[in-house]
Design a protein around this ligand. Structure first.
Ligand code: PEP
Ligand code: MG
Length: 757
C-alpha cells in the first residue's frame, strides 16, 4: 500500500476505471470491484451493500459467503452497516463484534473476521450504500486506507447511480423512515402553499468522478478558485447597500474560506488521487461534513453552511452549471428553498409558479419578506437545515398560518391540506365579499385602510381587496428589479400606470429608499468606504439628497405622471426637519421648472415625511407645521428604538411590537400629530397584523397602510370593535405599565368574540 492517501487511492482508481469501462453487467462490475478493493487493501473481505426499497442489501462480496449475496438485508440503522448509512459516517473498528450495534448474520460467515472498516457511498448527501472491508486480524485500518476507501466510495456512487442499482436519494434515509417530515419555523408571510422543492441555488450534478488528465483538472480548479475569489471580493466591495441579504459577517467568512490554503491543498490532494475537479471538491466537502457532524456547536454549524455555500459556488464555476433557479425558469408550482435571499433575487422569479419560500434565515421586516408579502408568496423562515432535508422536486405542503411544513406528505395529508386550503379560500372569499363594506368601527369611527405596494401589478390589488388607496408605494422596487438605473421616462410610465389603476384613490409615493438591505448592484459609491451598519448608514433620503440627480429625475417623473391629479410625495428616513425641507424644495424646484416650460402639472402636491428615525419624534413641533401628513414606518422605527437589526435572524423574535416602549412612543407621536391637526398613519408591517392594528386604533391612529392580504382580516376586526372601548383599554394598559399587552389584548378580543385571523 503506497504511503500517501492520494497515491493509494490513485492506484485503486486506475484499476477501477478499467472495470467500469468494461462491457459487462453492473453485477459483474460490482463483483470485480470488491476483488480489486480487497486486494489493494490486503483485506480478506470487501463487501458492497446498496439501499434497495429502503433496506441495505448485500450486493457483492469477496470473502463472505456468496450465498449471502442478495439475501442478507439490513434495515437502516441496523447493525454496523445500517449505522454507517443512517449517520452517513465512517466506522473503523479493530473488533467489530464488540461494538454495541454489531448484528451477527450467520449466513455471511463473518464470525471469522475481527477488524472492520466501512464508509458510506453517498449521493446527494445521503447514503445509497455502504462499502466495507474486514480482516481476520484485530487491527484498525490506517488513515491512508480509510481515505482511499472513501475516495473509492465516491467513484462507486457514479457507477451505482448510472446503473440505477440503488434507490437514488429519493428514499428518505436521513430524515425519517417513512419519508414524511413535519417542520416548523418563523412565520414571515402568512398563507398556504403546495408545490415542489426548487433550490434557489441548484445543486451541481457531478457527471464524472475519475479524471483522465490530472494536470488539466488541477488547472480547472486553480482557475475556478481565481474566479470565485474575484466574485467574493466584488461582493465585499459592493457591500455598501448591505449585500442583498447576505450579511457582512457571512461575507467575511466567505472571504476567509475562499483564501484558505488548507482547503485548496486538500482539493489538490484529492485530484492527485485521480478524481476530477468536481469530484475532488465534493470529496473534500464530504470529509468536512462528516467531521462537522460529530461536533454539536451551532456556531460551527453556521460556519459549515458558509463553507457549503462556497463549495457549491466553486462547483458551479468549475462545472459551468451557473445561474439560480430563477434564471433557469420554474417548470411547475414551486416552493423555493434558500439560506437567504435578497429582495431583487426574489423578484426575478415567475410569480405564477412561485408558490412559497422557505428560508434557513430570514426576519419579519427584512426587505425580502416585504417583497414576498407584496408578491403574495407565503414565507416560512428560520427552518434549520432545510436545504439538507429535502431533495429537488420533493412535494411540500406549507401552512404558515399553522406554522407547519410537511415534506413528502402522504396522500391523506395532501388531501387534508387541499380541504383546508379550500376552507381558507372560502374565508378569503368572505373577505372579498366585505370589499365594498366601509372600514368603520362598531361605534362609527372611520379607519382609512390603504395598501403598501411597489410593483405595477400591485395597484390591481386595490380593487380586489377594496382599499382606500396606496399608503406607501415603495418606488425603489423598480430600481431593485432593473439591471441598470431606471431612466426617468421609465419611472414616469410606472407612476402613471399606478395612478391610472388607482383612479380617484390617493397614491402616496415614497421617494427611493435604497441602501440598508436594498442593494443596487449597479450603483457604486464614489469612495470605497465600506459600511459596518448599512441600515444606519448612507441610505434613503441621505443618499438621495447627496445624489440629487437621482432625486431630481424622480421628482420630475412623479410630477409629470400625476399631471391633472393630486400628487402625494413622502420622504423616507427623515431624521431632522431640514432634510425634509431640502427634499421638498428640490421637488418644488422641479415643479417650477416644469411650470416655466408650460408643462401640465398636478393640481396639488401634498408632502409628507416618514417617521422612522426616533430623533424626529423630538422635533415634531418644528416639523409638523410644514408637512401635509406623517407616516410612521414601524419597521425601521422599531429597529432603531430597540437597537435591533431588522434583518438579523437571531433578533427576529426578540422584541414585540406590542411592547410598552413602542406603544408609548407611538401614542406620544399620535397625540402630537392630533394636536397639530396633521393626519398620521402607520405604514410598517405592524399595521397588517390584526392584534397590532387593534392596538394602533386604540392609540388613536386612523390610517393604516398594510399589505393587501391583510385588508380583509383587518377590516373584519375594525367592523367588530368599539374604538372608544379599545382606546380606554389601551390607556389603562399604557398607564399601568402592563407587562404582557399581547396577552391582555388577545384575551380582550376573545371575550368579545372578535376574530383576529
Ligand atoms: C418602515 O420602515 O416601516 C417602512 C414602511 O419602510 P421600509 O420597510 O420600506 O423600510
Ligand atoms: Mg423604512
Amino acid at each position: 500500500m503506497p504511503s500517501t492517501p492520494a497515491a493509494a487511492a490513485r492506484q485503486i482508481l486506475i484499476r477501477l476505471q478499467e472495470v467500469m469501462a468494461s462491457r459487462t453487467s453492473a453485477q459483474a462490475k460490482l463483483n470485480k470491484v470488491v476483488e480489486v478493493i480487497g486486494e489493494s487493501l490486503s483485506s480478506e473481505v470487501c463487501s458492497i451493500y446498496l439501499v434497495r426499497e429502503g433496506v441495505l442489501e448485500l450486493f457483492a462480496t469477496r470473502g463472505l459467503k456468496q450465498e449471502a449475496v442478495h439475501v442478507t438485508r439490513m434495515a437502516m440503522g441496523e447493525g454496523l452497516v445500517g449505522l454507517i448509512a443512517t449517520n452517513v459516517e465512517t466506522l473503523n473498528l479493530d473488533e467489530a463484534a464488540s461494538h454495541p450495534d454489531f448484528a451477527y448474520r450467520p449466513e455471511t460467515g463473518e464470525e471469522l473476521f475481527h477488524s472492520f472498516a466501512g464508509v458510506p457511498i453517498v449521493r446527494r448527501e445521503r447514503a445509497i450504500g455502504v462499502l466495507c472491508v474486514q480482516h481476520a486480524d484485530p487491527r484498525k485500518y490506517e488513515e491512508v486506507e480509510i481515505e482511499a476507501l472513501q475516495t473509492v466510495a465516491m467513484v462507486m456512487s457514479e457507477l451505482i447511480a448510472n446503473a440505477e442499482l440503488a434507490d437514488d436519494g429519493q428514499a428518505e434515509l436521513r430524515v425519517t423512515d417513512t419519508g414524511t417530515t413535519l417542520l416548523h419555523g418563523l412565520q414571515l408571510v402568512m398563507g398556504m402553499a403546495r408545490g415542489h422543492v426548487v433550490f434557489h441555488q441548484p445543486r451541481v450534478h457531478i457527471e464524472h468522478t475519475v479524471a483522465e488528465d490530472t494536470e488539466a483538472e488541477r488547472a480547472r480548479v486553480i482557475s475556478a478558485f481565481a474566479k470565485m475569489r474575484e466574485q467574493i471580493d466584488r461582493m465585499t466591495g459592493a457591500a455598501e447597500f448591505g449585500m442583498e441579504g447576505e450579511h457582512q459577517e457571512v461575507l467575511e467568512t466567505y472571504k476567509m474560506f475562499a483564501y484558505d490554503e488548507g482547503w485548496t491543498r486538500r482539493i489538490n490532494e484529492a485530484i492527485d488521487s485521480g478524481l476530477t475537479a468536481e469530484a475532488a471538491i465534493e470529496r473534500v466537502q464530504q470529509r468536512t461534513r462528516m467531521r462537522m457532524r460529530q461536533i454539536d456547536d451551532p456556531l460551527l454549524s453556521d460556519r459549515m453552511h458558509d463553507l457549503e455555500d462556497l463549495a457549491n459556488r466553486l462547483l458551479r464555476i468549475v462545472s459551468g452549471q451557473l445561474g439560480t433557479a430563477a434564471q433557469m425558469g420554474l417548470r411547475q408550482d414551486a416552493i423555493l428553498i434558500a439560506r437567504n435571499l435578497g429582495p431583487a433575487e426574489l423578484l426575478e422569479y415567475d410569480r405564477r409558479r412561485l408558490k412559497g419560500v422557505i428560508l434557513e434565515e430570514g426576519s419579519l421586516t427584512a426587505h425580502v419578506t416585504i417583497v414576498a408579502r407584496a408578491m403574495g408568496v407565503p414565507v416560512l423562515g428560520r427552518v434549520r437545515d432545510i436545504r439538507h432535508l429535502v431533495n429537488e422536486g420533493d412535494l411540500i405542503l406549507m401552512d404558515v398560518n399553522a406554522n407547519s411544513l410537511l415534506i413528502r406528505p402522504t396522500a391523506d395529508m395532501d388531501e387534508a391540506f387541499e380541504n383546508k386550503l379550500h376552507v381558507t379560500q372560502k374565508r378569503r372569499a368572505e373577505f372579498v365579499a366585505m370589499r365594498d363594506l366601509p372600514s368603520v368601527t362598531a361605534d362609527g369611527q372611520r379607519v382609512e385602510l390603504m395598501v403598501n405596494a411597489g410593483l405595477r401589478e400591485d395597484a390591481q390589488a386595490l380593487d380586489m381587496v377594496g382599499a382606500d388607496g396606496i399608503g406607501l408605494f415603495r418606488t425603489e422596487f423598480q430600481f431593485l428589479v432593473s439591471a441598470t438605473l431606471p431612466q426617468r421616462e421609465k419611472q414616469q410610465r410606472l407612476y402613471k400606470d399606478v395612478l391610472d389603476a388607482a383612479g380617484d384613490r390617493p397614491v402616496i409615493f415614497r421617494t427611493v429608499d435604497i441602501g440598508g438591505d436594498k442593494a443596487l448592484p449597479y450603483m457604486q459609491r464614489e469612495d470605497d468606504e465600506h459600511e459596518d451598519n448599512p441600515a444606519m448608514g448612507w441610505r434613503a433620503l441621505r443618499l438621495a439628497l447627496d445624489r440629487d440627480g437621482l432625486m431630481k429625475a424622480q421628482a420630475r417623473a412623479l410630477l409629470e405622471a400625476a399631471a391633472g391629479k393630486i400628487l402625494y410625495v413622502m420622504f423616507p428616513m427623515v431624521s431632522e426637519p431640514w432634510e425634509y425641507e431640502e427634499a421638498r424644495a428640490l421637488v418644488e424646484h422641479q415643479r417650477e421648472w416644469l411650470l416655466a416650460r408650460k408643462k401640465k402639472l398636478p393640481i396639488a402636491v401634498r408632502y409628507g415625511a416618514m417617521l422612522e428615525v426616533p430623533a424626529l419624534a423630538e422635533v415634531l413641533d418644528i416639523l409638523l407645521p410644514r408637512v401635509d401628513f406623517l407616516s410612521i414606518g414601524t419597521n425601521d422605527l422599531t429597529q432603531f428604538l430597540f437597537a435591533a437589526d431588522r434583518a438579523h435572524p437571531k433578533l427576529a423574535e426578540r422584541y414585540d411590537w406590542l411592547s410598552i416602549a413602542i406603544l408609548r412612543f407611538l401614542d406620544r407621536v399620535a397625540r402630537t400629530c392630533q394636536a397639530h391637526d396633521v393626519p398620521v398613519g402607520v405604514c410598517g408591517e405592524m399595521g397588517g397584523r390584526t392584534l397590532e392594528a387593534m392596538a394602533l386604533i386604540g392609540l388613536g391612529i386612523r390610517r393604516l397602510s398594510i399589505t393587501p392580504a391583510s385588508v380583509g382580516p383587518v377590516k373584519a376586526m375594525i367592523r367588530a370593535i368599539d374604538a372608544s372601548e379599545v382606546q380606554a383599554l389601551m390607556r389603562e394598559l399604557l398607564d399601568s405599565g402592563e407587562r404582557n399587552i399581547r396577552a391582555r389584548l388577545t384575551q380582550w378580543a376573545a371575550e368579545r368574540h372578535i376574530e383576529l385571523g
